[in-house]
Design a protein around this ligand. Structure first.
Ligand code: HEC
Length: 222
């Protein structure tokens, strides 16, 4: 009888362990919910600058996520992105002029700033750097300095003119203002009952969410 109880306990324990491992979030160890850090002379941060870009542009539904694994590739971790970065295929696929080979597949090319950031990260050795900034800069929240960098990093890959996830375009000031003024966007990034966004990766930092709320309260300064 005792043996059976131990056996049962073992099975339950094993089951819980397994459950826990599957709960580990994407890119764990690389918290991607840090405030966006604008690149200065410092080296590029994988966690807050590269991973969210790759998740939004490459790990969409039907592409290189853990479920769809297009071409057998899952691009949600440092190690997988690192391999492509080092063998040259990351830059060549996002910059090739051959429309049928260029990534993101059948979508507009990534913008020059994002491509340059990826190139710089590779040139610097493709390090797994995590950056945390303690200060949350929410003084004078403007579209140009506070809102657009967050959208470009975390959202634009899935919400642009050529790829309107949920029929929502977040390409420019007017588009973002429209989605923010309806309350839709803030609801989505705050996880308060809408579809949680970003669709891939973790929730934005409290600091980045606050920027949208302040921007809306101040009537969307540009
Ligand atoms: C990996 C792709 C992807 C990323 C990254 C992404 N979205 Fe989305 N988003 C979608 C898709 C697809 C839908 C439609 C979802 C559906 O209808 O099930 C959607 C829907 C939405 C909606 C409508 C939500 C609702 O409940 O109606 C908003 C608002 C939104 N996204 C904003 C954002 C913002 C802001 C970001 C960045 C912080 C972001 N998204 C990042 C793919 C993405």
């Amino acid at each position: 009888m005792k043996k059976i109880i131990f056996l049962l306990l073992g099975v339950i324990l094993l089951a819980t362990c397994k459950h826990q491992t599957t709960q580990i979030p994407i890119g764990s160890g690389n918290p991607i919910d840090n405030p966006v850090v604008t690149p200065t002379n410092d080296s590029v941060c994988f966690s807050s600058q590269i991973l969210p870009l790759i998740l939004a542009n490459c790990a969409q539904t039907g592409c290189h996520n853990a479920v769809d694994r297009a071409e057998g590739l899952v691009l949600t971790s440092y190690s997988s992105i690192y391999s492509l970065a080092r063998n040259g295929s990351l830059v060549s696929t996002i910059t090739t002029t051959s429309a049928s080979k260029r990534m993101p597949y059948k979508q507009p090319a990534m913008d020059t700033a994002s491509i340059n950031l990826i190139k710089r990260w590779i040139k610097e050795g493709s390090k797994n750097r995590t950056c945390t900034t303690n200060a949350c800069d929410t003084a004078n929240v403007l579209y140009s300095t506070h809102i657009s960098p967050v959208i470009n990093t975390y959202c634009k890959g899935c919400h642009n003119a050529g790829n309107k996830g949920g029929n929502i375009n977040l390409d420019n000031y007017t588009d973002v203002k429209t989605q923010t003024s309806t309350g839709n966007l803030i609801c989505a990034i705050s996880f308060t009952g809408c579809k949680n966004m970003p669709q891939t990766g973790s929730k934005l930092s409290t600091c980045n969410i606050r920027k949208f709320i302040i921007w809306k309260n101040h009537n969307f300064p540009q």
